[in-house]
Design a protein around this ligand. Structure first.
Ligand SMILES: [Zn+2]
Length: 98
């Protein structure tokens, strides 16, 4: 989905600048209409985690992978002292699943 990662605005505009000859030209950069974020690449502006409109919903396998990634991110941010602790916990979590 084309949506600003900062403010959630769904629109942006090309930045037009006057060049050395005084001619107004597209600068190759764009600006979010919501928060005025300037970017050259759409990927810098839009929310990458969103599933693009028009695509089918992810299948169960993909959803499981997303959930697992979210879980890893959550566990990671919980503040484990070391990678070993993190992997120990992940193994315990995996072992406790049916
Ligand atoms: Zn924005």
């Amino acid at each position: 989905m084309n949506k600003c990662i900062q403010c959630g605005s769904t629109s942006y505009k090309p930045i037009i600048r006057r060049d050395d000859q005084g001619v107004m030209r597209a600068s190759g950069q764009y600006q979010c209409t919501g928060c005025n974020l300037v970017f050259a690449n759409l990927d810098e502006w839009r929310v990458n985690k969103q599933i693009p409109a028009g695509l089918k919903a992810p299948n169960a396998e993909t959803q499981a992978a997303i959930a697992e990634a979210d879980e890893i991110a959550r566990v990671h941010s919980a503040g484990f002292a070391s990678a070993a602790d993190l992997f120990d916990d992940l193994e315990r979590t995996a072992a406790s699943k049916p």
